[in-house]
Design a protein around this ligand. Structure first.
Ligand code: URA
Length: 238
């Protein structure tokens, strides 16, 4: 979407329109590497690189991997509570970003943040079958009957039917790996409740064919490479 340059700079830099115009007139703003002094110049931040004092504000679509910590909301805003967007370092902040899908406040792990609506829709739509893999710590040991129930499709407490899911257990049967291809509200927690268990901690490890970068500390985020974006699109581990 094309917009006036002074509006884009004001929105992205969180300054007033008049401060944005001063920056543009001073020659601090470049579009596609060229200094632009025309405050009314129209441009599309999704397709052109815009920089202020050499710092890039926008350059095409943006795909960020975050290791979401406990206690943070996966929304663009939340009254009085910290969101995943609040955790982004200034160099990654830009207009139009949103978390692609929800993780509960107490769920940790792979959070994808983007400004690409169609891509988010593609990976979240149950019809696209993009896998999401979680690790859950369980209050009680799970068993073979639970594995079978997950494979057949769990019916949640409110009657909602879940598609077949993979459940794998460690030797103690209290750490589980779950692979689902949809994203119903509190799905993994409610699936375990449906078989009489409880999730004590939940972490998302993978979206599609891409695992969370385990060098990212809780709360840290980085841009994804184009190859990583296509690994997500692949939907599952080959
Ligand atoms: N399932 C849940 O129950 N919670 C999440 O955050 C993600 C999947």
């Amino acid at each position: 979407m094309t917009e006036r340059l002074d509006k884009i700079v004001a929105d992205t830099e969180n300054c007033t329109r008049s401060q944005a115009r001063t920056l543009i007139r001073r020659g601090e703003v470049a579009v596609g590497g060229q200094t632009v002094r025309d405050i009314a110049r129209k441009t599309d931040p999704a397709s052109e690189e815009i920089s202020v004092s050499g710092r890039i504000l926008a350059a095409g679509r943006c795909y960020i991997m975050m290791n979401k910590p406990v206690g943070v909301i996966s929304a663009t805003e939340s009254a009085g509570e910290r969101t995943v967007l609040d955790l982004l370092p200034p160099r990654l902040k830009r207009r139009g970003l949103f978390p692609a899908g929800r993780l509960d406040k107490d769920t940790t792990g792979f959070m994808l943040i983007t400004d690409d609506g169609p891509f988010a829709h593609e990976i979240l739509s149950p019809r696209r079958h993009v896998e999401k893999e979680y690790e859950a710590l369980l209050e009680h040991p799970a068993n073979a009957a639970d594995i079978e129930a997950f494979a057949c499709g769990i019916r949640l407490g409110d009657g909602t039917e879940c598609a077949p899911a993979v459940l794998e257990l460690d030797d103690a049967r209290t750490t589980a790996r779950i692979v689902i291809r949809e994203g119903k509200y509190h799905q993994v927690r409610r699936m375990f409740e449906a078989v009489g268990n409880r999730v004590a901690a939940l972490r998302r490890l993978r979206i599609g064919g891409l695992y969370l970068d385990d060098t990212l500390a809780p709360g840290a985020a980085r841009l994804m490479t184009p190859e990583e974006v296509s690994q997500i699109r692949r939907g599952s581990i080959p």
